[in-house]
Each structure stands twice: as C-alpha cells, then as structure tokens.
Design a protein around this ligand. Structure first.
Ligand code: NAP
Length: 244
C-alpha cells in the first residue's frame, strides 16, 4: 500500500508499547512517523529502535539537512507543532494535564486520534477495570481539551500492544468513532495499513465510551487465559468493513 505523500503522523506518548507498536506498523507501511515524548532523547531512541526494526536506511536526521528520516523523535510539543495528524497514546491519568500543556502547539484543523483508555491502572488500580470519566470517555475528554476546530477520533483502544509490536498480522477489528466524517475516514485509512485489521465506522465520538470499556474486558480475558485476544465484529454487510 502506498503512503500519503508528505503526511507525517505524530504519535504523542509514542515511546510506550501502544505508541511504538502503531508507529512501527505505520512506518512499515511507508508512512512518515514522529515519535513524541516528554524527553526528546527518549523519543529519538524510540525512533532509532523502529528504524532498526524496519531496516530504514535514512538514518540521517533533518537536523543535518541531509535527508528526511522516515521515523524521527521529538519532544511532544514540537511533535504536535510539526504536523496536523496526531495520535495520542498516553496513560489516562496524564491525559488532561498533557493536553493542556500541548494546547498551543496543536494546529487548528488537526485530526487527533485518541487511543487512550481510562484504565484504573493509570491511577494505581486494576488494568481490568475502568474509571468513570465525567465527559463519558477518554476521547470525549480529549475533545473538550483540544483547541476549537480540532477533530477528535477514537480508535485503536482494543489493539494489544504486544501484538502490534510483533511481526504477525493483527487479528482484530478497529472500531472508529468520530463526529467528523473526514477525520473518521483518515483514521480508518490508517487502521487498514496494519495487516490483518478491518476498520469499522463505529459512529459518533460518544460511542468511544463503549469501545474503551471493551479494552478492560479484553485485558481481563487476556490475564485469565494468558493470551492476546482482540475483537472481531461479525454479521455486518461487507460494505461495513474496510480492509487493505
Ligand atoms: N498497551 C496496550 O496494549 C494498549 C492497547 C490499547 C490502548 N492502550 C492505551 O494507550 C495508552 C498508552 O498505552 P501504553 O501501554 O503505551 O502506556 P504507557 O507505556 O504507560 O505510556 C505511554 C507513554 O506515555 C508517556 N507518559 C507516561 N506518563 C506520562 C505523564 N504523566 N505525562 C505525559 N506523558 C506520560 C510516556 O512517554 P515519555 O516518558 O517518553 O514521555 C510513556 O512511554 C493508554 O491510555 C492505554 O490504555 C494501550
């Protein structure tokens, strides 16, 4: 599948397993990815790890002016300012504070894809339980915190980072929710760049509250059965499923 020319995906919190896994898969698909971190050196280290995994030959950074790297690392604020396609992969407990810090860096008109799950683990509780979120979901909290004109999409919450960071196809559907049809289409397009994934339009952003809960169920099942389970939605007409 060909990448979109000139597009850069900034993965905020991209040094963690979820962000690294998504970045790895998109880089493999030919997308240009920026790893975001609170620490620029850590971001660059994560980018180097991905470059090594995909055997990227363009290791010389833009800072030298020699060639644009396929995967680069930047501090989160600079990563947000560098592109209008953002993916958020941070613990729920950090979400509100970080988004407030990044607010002035997020470009008007950006698409922000939120994979955050409000797991109780992010405040010291169990990973198989979720926290109540006043806005209804982590994604709706994000929508409340980003600058006006930024489109928020909820996606990728049900994908196991262990599977994403492997080499096998991902046996999972991605349910994509947004109030903005164009942003939703972008997220669906990115989802199907990961081999094995089917993307499904899950409707309005408010449905993210249900999708986020599924993650807690999956974590519980994976602990109980020692696996890496995902979800497949069956029985919809073929037109409901988008795949590569
Ligand atoms: N892991 C999974 O299998 C999985 C699957 C689906 C969805 N998710 C969701 O995706 C999100 C990320 O998951 P993860 O497992 O990758 O999480 P994580 O490893 O706990 O955190 C991801 C990154 O967030 C940054 N971070 C941590 N605490 C922060 C803070 N207080 N302020 C700002 N940044 C902070 C860290 O990057 P720096 O230290 O480099 O800044 C860290 O590497 C979570 O909401 C999770 O529920 C996870």
């Amino acid at each position: 599948m060909s990448p979109s020319i000139g597009r850069q995906i900034a993965v905020i919190g991209g040094t963690g397993p979820a962000g690294m896994g998504l970045a790895l898969r998109w880089a493999r698909a030919g997308e240009s990815v920026i790893i975001g971190s609170r620490d620029a050196a850590r971001a660059e280290q994560a980018a180097e790890t991905i470059r090594q995994r995909i055997g990227d030959s363009t290791r010389v950074g833009t800072r030298t002016g020699v060639s644009a790297p396929h995967v680069s690392g930047l501090e989160n604020y600079a990563a947000c300012a560098a592109t209008d396609l953002l993916v958020l992969t941070i613990p729920f407990g950090a979400q509100a504070t970080l988004l407030k810090e990044l607010k002035t860096a997020i470009r008007p008109g950006s698409t922000l894809i939120d994979a955050t799950v409000p797991l109780a683990a992010s405040v010291g509780g169990r990973a198989s339980r979720t926290l109540g979120v006043w806005q209804g979901s982590a994604a709706e909290q994000t929508a409340e915190l980003v600058p006006k004109g930024v489109s928020v999409v909820a996606a990728f919450q049900n994908l196991s980072a262990d599977v994403l960071n492997g080499d096998d196809d991902v046996d999972c559907d991605v349910i994509v929710c947004s109030d903005d049809s164009k942003a939703l289409a972008v997220a669906m397009e990115l989802a199907v760049k990961i081999p094995g994934i089917r993307a499904i339009d899950g409707g309005k952003l408010e449905n993210a509250r249900i999708v986020e809960q599924i993650t807690a169920l999956l974590i519980g099942l994976n602990i109980r059965h020692k696996g890496h389970g995902g979800v497949r939605i069956t029985g919809l007409p073929g037109t409901a499923y988008r795949s590569a």
